[in-house]
Design a protein around this ligand. Structure first.
Ligand SMILES: [Zn+2]
Length: 434
């Protein structure tokens, strides 16, 4: 039983190793939580909230969801993007947990009809976390999500998230020369902001002056300048001020509307910019940007490249199992001919004597641990611009990028499989999902 409500995850009775539950250390907005005045609520909800969050963090869940379902509250833990059912609570207990988490996050516990967001600073076994909390009304109660961010090791250094040296080099090339926008496109909640930050981090901050207008949230902005906001300054004014300061690159807030894009177009030949856009994939992001720009010509004219990203689960290095692949499979997948071994999650559950093998401690027997990034880059070469302006279909744009040797998901995925970091099954799953 994995979800032991904060108890040890060892099933052995003798070595019941209790882990200290998470400690909540205050709301991110600094609002003090009035626990005394809400003693009844705290009594009903605090311990279950602590135990569930402890279990979630111990499992490395990046997201915990609490959803009212009929007479119960269902908890779901997302580990490396995969949903794992957590405990079911009674409705009453679920409502109490939601209210207590709101109280600790400095949110208004009287308000249940409108979405709210906030957060809690927390610590578990010496590791600090930011728990970003959001609530939304749902049938039969309120939905609660808690996003957990490891404060010391946020996954936003270019190396950590898996941007290859080759791709970093391309990004560096395209951020030179003070012109054009590097656009990073991905669906909501797919880690686009993290990828965008990785792209910003790929730029040589010692050689170039980088300014950030985007909110860094929890991210470390060392070597990146921020602008002192002046009251009454518009976005255009801020861009102008940064350009006057001889900046090379600006890290912008996400691209949202026409007015915002108009401001970007105005300065596109004076400064390099990096921003994200919410769209299904790179080509959809490109099309969306061109629509906001008012025409395809204007849109592609302001772009240096569009970057798409996908996260893929990596094999657990403690328990992955090597196997010799069939040469036909190597050829079919386009793997390098020199590939001798591939890796997969362990298949054996019993040893030679028929005794059950203990699941791997590192990954809890999942076979996977963490995720890495696959990247595709559509560079706006003159030929590419012409192709897009001529109204080419997304498939044609992608095929042309591949032909020109631009980075593709396929290339990145095959590399990860050949390096033994990713299983073939997982790669196929990622390509099948929309
Ligand atoms: Zn493992």
């Amino acid at each position: 039983m994995i979800f032991g409500f904060g108890k040890s995850r060892e099933e052995d009775d003798d070595v019941e190793e209790e882990i200290e539950p998470v400690s909540f250390q205050g709301a991110l907005n600094g609002q003090p939580a009035n626990l005394k005045e809400n003693a009844r609520l705290v009594k009903a909800g605090l311990m279950p909230a602590k135990n569930i969050v402890t279990d979630g963090l111990a499992l490395r869940a990046e997201l915990m969801r609490f959803e009212p379902k009929g007479e119960r509250y269902q908890v779901v833990f997302y580990v490396d993007g995969v949903a794992n059912p957590g405990p079911k609570l009674s409705k009453q207990q679920g409502l109490a947990v939601v209210q207590v988490v709101k109280l600790l996050s400095g949110l208004n516990i009287q308000e249940r009809k409108r979405p709210q967001s906030g957060g809690i600073l927390a610590e578990l076994e010496g590791v600090s976390y930011q728990l970003r909390v959001s609530t939304a009304p749902a049938e039969g109660g309120e939905r609660l999500s808690i996003k957990a961010i490891n404060v010391k090791y946020p996954l936003d250094r270019a190396d950590d998230i898996g941007i290859t040296e080759e791709n970093k080099e391309r990004i560096r090339e395209m951020s030179k020369g003070r012109h054009g926008l590097i656009l990073i496109s991905g669906p909501p909640s797919s880690g686009t902001t993290t990828t965008t930050f990785g792209v910003v981090r790929s730029v040589d901050a010692y050689q170039y002056t980088i300014f950030a207008l985007a909110e860094p949230e929890h991210r470390e902005l060392s070597h990146i300048a921020t602008l002192d906001k002046k009251a009454g300054d518009t976005f255009d004014d801020e861009l102008r001020r940064i350009i006057r300061m001889e900046a090379d690159i600006i890290y912008l807030n996400p691209v949202t509307d026409e007015e915002y894009v108009r401001s970007i177009l105005n300065v596109a030949d004076e400064i390099s910019m990096i921003a994200e856009i919410s769209a299904k994939d790179s080509v959809s992001g490109l099309i969306k940007f061109c629509k906001l720009a008012g025409s395809v010509e204007k849109g592609v004219g302001a772009l240096r490249c569009v970057i798409g990203h996908k996260l893929i689960r990596t094999l657990c290095d403690q328990c992955k199992e090597a196997f010799r692949p069939n040469p036909k499979l190597i050829e079919k997948m386009g793997l390098p001919k020199s590939t001798k071994m591939l890796y997969r999650p362990p298949r054996q559950t019993v040893d030679e004597e028929g005794n059950e093998i203990e699941p791997c401690e590192k990954c809890d027997g999942l076979g996977y641990y963490g995720r890495t990034l696959m990247m595709e880059i559509i560079e706006m070469t003159d030929e590419m611009k012409q192709l897009i302006i001529s109204g080419a279909e997304p498939g044609k744009i992608k095929a042309f990028a591949k032909k020109e040797g631009m980075p593709t998901f396929q290339k990145d995925g095959i590399r990860l499989v050949a390096e033994g970091k990713v299983s073939l099954d997982e790669l196929q799953k990622v390509f099948k999902s929309p």
